[in-house]
Design a protein. Structure first.
Length: 607
C-alpha cells in the first residue's frame, strides 16, 4: 500500500493538471454535493481560494450565496434522473463578480472508491445573451420601422393616387371634347404626361418597398420578344434622333420570337437601362444586342447588352449603380431620377433567375449586360392585345344597368359619374360605406363601385355587410382603391369583392371591368384597330399632295423635335379636312412610327 501511495498521488496530480487546462470553470462534487475539487478557471472566475471551496457543500460557497433555488432544482431534481444534462441556464448575482448568466452542463462519473462523482461545467454566456438581446431588439425595431414605413407608403400612395385619379381622369374626359383648341389639347396632354411621370416615380418607390419586404412576385406569360424590342426601338428612336445619336437594336444569331417570363418587369428593366444610356450619352450612339445562348452550363440564357458611348463610370462609383437612392456624380448632375431605376432593375432580373452586370471605362462608355433564363414559348400561347376604344354608349336593347358609386372624395364620385352617366348607366352616389349599404338595400344596384378608405364605415365593412344581407350575393362589387399594396387588394377579394381597379385608372380599363362582370355591351367611337392600321398603311406621300405647307411643315417639325402633343394637335386640324387621313396619321403618331411620318412629310415638307 505504501508503494502505491505516490503513484495514486501522481495520477491525481496528472488528472488535476488536465482539468486545469479547461477554460470553463469546473466543479467536481460527490454524492452529497460536497466539492471534491475545482479547476484553476473556477478559482480565477469566482475569485475564491481552494481552502474556501474544497470539502464544502456547494450551497455553502460564498457564505451561502450559492444557495440558489434554480441550482437546487438542477442538482436535486433533474440530475438524479439522468447521467448527462446539458445547457441549464442560470442567472444569479454571484459574490465578487456580480450578476452573470451561466450555462451549466452536468456529467456523472464512476470513480472507484470515491463512488459516484458529479462534474459540473460552467460557461459564462452573459455577453452572448446580451448580444442576442441587442440583436433581438434591433430586429424588433427594424420590423417596427418596416411596418411603419409600409404604413406610411400605403398612406402616401392613397393620398397621392386619389388626387391623381381626378387629375388624370378629368383631363381624359376633357380630351373627348372636339371643340377644344389645339393649344388647349396641348395643355391637357402636358397635364396627362406630367401626371403619368409623377405616378411612375411614386410607383418606383413603392416597388422598391415591395422588393425589400419580399412581396414582389413574377407573373409569367408568353409574349412576342421581337415585338417588344420593336416597341422599345420606336419609343427611344425619337429621343436618340433628337440628340443626333446613332441607335440600333439587333438580334444576333437564332433568337426565339416567343419567350415566357414576366413581360411587364422585363419591359421595365429594358426601359430603365436603355433610358439611362440615352440620357447620359451626348455624342456617338447607343446599341442594343440580343442573343440566345443555348449552351450555358445552367441551361439556355437570353443575353441583352445595352452599349453606349457616354461618359462611363469611375471605379469608385460603380458600387453605387445598383444601390437604392444613390446616384453617381453624372446622375446627380443630370438632376433627374430617384436613383431607383437600376436597383429595381437588378432586383427584377434576379427575381427572374438572372442578373445584370456592367463593364465601363471613363470617357469611353458602358455596357450593361442583362442575362435571364431563356424559356421559349409558342405563338398560340400569346394573348391578343386589343387597342382601347372610346365608349360612346350602351348598345341598344339592353336592360337598364344600375351602378352605385361609393367614395368619400367628391372629385372621384363625380369622375365616375361623368364617365358612366353619358354612356347610359343609371347612377347613385354614396359618400361612405354606411350610405352604400343603405343604397344597396333601397335601390338594389347591379354593380357597386366601392372605395376602400372611407369615414363612418370603410369599404371592407360595407362589402362584408352587403354580402351578409338578403340578396347581397347578387350585385357585382368592384373595389376602386388607391392602395398599391397587394395584400389590401387580396383582402378585399377575400371578403367578397369581385374585382378591383387601381386609382388612377384609365376609362378603357373601367369599362372593360364592367363588361366582364356585368355583361353590358357598348357602342364604340373608333373603328377596329385593324381598320385603323389599314388606313395608316394606305397613307403615302401622294396622300398629302397639294396640302398647304403651313399645315405639313409644323407636323414634320413636331416629329423631328419629338413633340407628340404638338403633333397630335396638328393632326386634329387635319381631321377637319380629311378624317380618314387624320386617323391614319394619329395611328402612326401614337405608335411612335416617326420614320414613316417623316417619309410621308418628305425631307423638307410637302410643297
Amino acid at each position: 500500500m505504501t508503494e502505491r501511495g505516490p503513484l495514486v498521488e501522481d495520477i491525481q496530480n496528472y488528472a488535476q493538471n488536465i482539468v486545469d487546462t479547461v477554460r470553463e470553470p469546473l466543479l467536481i462534487l460527490d454524492a452529497t454535493l460536497r466539492v471534491q475539487s475545482a479547476n484553476r478557471a473556477f478559482y480565477q472566475t469566482f475569485h475564491v481560494s481552494k481552502e474556501e471551496t474544497e470539502g464544502r457543500l456547494i450551497y455553502e460557497l460564498g457564505n451561502g450565496q450559492w444557495d440558489i433555488p434554480d441550482l437546487r432544482t438542477l442538482l436535486e431534481d433533474i440530475v438524479p434522473q439522468s447521467s448527462v444534462f446539458d445547457d441549464f441556464e442560470l442567472e444569479h448575482a454571484f459574490p465578487a463578480i456580480g450578476r452573470r448568466v451561466m450555462l451549466l452542463n452536468a456529467r456523472k462519473l464512476r470513480a472507484g472508491h470515491h463512488g459516484e462523482l458529479l462534474v459540473l461545467a460552467m460557461e459564462d454566456v452573459t455577453e452572448r445573451r446580451r448580444a442576442e438581446e441587442e440583436v433581438a431588439k434591433a430586429r424588433d425595431a427594424a420590423e417596427a420601422a418596416n411596418r411603419a414605413k409600409s404604413a406610411f407608403l400605403a398612406n402616401m400612395s392613397h393620398e397621392i393616387r386619389t388626387p391623381m385619379n381626378a387629375i388624370l381622369g378629368f383631363s381624359q374626359l376633357m380630351l373627348r371634347d372636339r371643340d377644344l383648341s389645339p393649344r388647349q389639347c396641348q395643355y391637357l396632354g402636358t397635364i396627362n404626361r406630367s401626371g403619368e411621370h409623377l405616378l411612375a416615380l411614386i410607383n418606383d418607390i413603392l416597388e422598391m418597398s415591395k422588393i425589400e419586404a419580399g412581396r414582389t412576385t413574377l407573373n409569367p406569360s408568353t409574349f412576342d420578344l421581337l415585338a417588344l424590342l420593336k416597341d422599345l426601338e420606336m419609343m427611344f428612336r425619337v429621343r436618340t434622333d433628337e440628340k443626333k445619336l446613332s441607335f440600333a437594336v439587333e438580334t444576333v444569331g437564332d433568337v426565339p420570337r416567343y419567350i415566357v417570363t414576366d413581360i411587364n418587369k422585363l419591359r421595365q428593366v429594358f426601359i430603365n437601362v436603355l433610358g439611362n444610356a440615352v440620357k447620359f450619352t451626348e455624342r456617338g450612339g447607343v446599341g442594343v444586342r440580343v442573343r440566345a445562348d443555348r449552351g450555358g452550363a445552367t441551361g439556355p440564357v437570353l443575353r441583352v447588352e445595352v452599349e453606349d458611348t457616354g461618359p462611363g463610370i469611375s471605379p469608385d462609383e460603380q458600387d453605387k449603380l445598383f444601390r437604392q437612392f444613390e446616384q453617381t456624380k453624372t446622375g446627380q448632375q443630370a438632376g433627374t431620377g430617384t436613383g431607383l431605376g437600376l436597383a429595381i432593375s437588378r432586383e427584377f432580373v434576379r427575381l427572374m433567375g438572372g442578373d445584370i452586370t456592367v463593364s465601363t471605362r471613363v470617357g469611353t462608355g458602358s455596357v450593361f449586360a442583362i442575362q435571364i433564363p431563356l424559356n421559349e414559348g409558342e405563338a398560340r400561347a400569346v394573348e391578343p392585345t386589343n387597342q382601347p376604344r372610346q365608349v360612346l354608349g350602351l348598345r341598344p336593347g339592353q336592360a337598364a344597368c344600375r351602378v352605385l358609386i361609393a367614395d368619400d372624395v367628391e372629385d372621384n364620385r363625380q369622375l365616375l359619374a361623368q364617365l358612366l352617366v353619358p354612356v347610359g348607366f343609371e347612377v347613385r352616389l354614396a359618400t361612405n360605406g354606411a350610405e352604400a349599404v343603405r343604397g344597396f338595400e333601397e335601390w338594389r344596384p347591379h354593380l357597386i363601385l366601392m372605395d376602400f378608405r372611407m369615414p363612418v364605415m370603410d369599404g371592407r365593412e360595407a362589402i362584408h355587410r352587403i354580402r351578409a344581407a338578403v340578396g347581397g350575393a347578387d350585385p357585382k362589387i368592384i373595389a376602386v382603391t388607391a392602395s398599391a399594396m397587394d395584400e389590401n387588394r387580396r383582402e378585399l377579394m377575400a371578403i367578397g369583392a369581385d374585382d378591383y381597379i387601381s386609382k388612377p385608372f384609365r376609362e378603357a380599363d373601367l369599362f372593360q371591368k364592367i363588361h366582364a362582370h356585368v355583361g353590358v355591351e357598348y357602342v364604340y367611337a373608333e373603328p377596329p384597330a385593324a381598320a385603323a392600321q389599314d388606313e395608316a398603311a394606305e397613307l403615302t406621300p401622294e396622300s398629302l399632295a397639294g396640302w398647304p405647307r403651313d399645315l405639313i411643315h409644323p407636323m414634320r417639325e413636331a416629329v423631328v423635335t419629338a413633340d407628340l402633343d404638338q403633333l397630335l394637335a396638328k393632326i386634329r386640324e387635319v381631321e377637319a379636312r380629311d378624317p380618314r387621313i387624320a386617323r391614319g396619321l394619329r395611328r402612326l403618331a401614337e405608335g411612335f412610327q416617326y420614320q414613316k411620318l417623316l417619309d410621308l412629310f418628305g425631307p423638307g415638307g410637302v410643297q
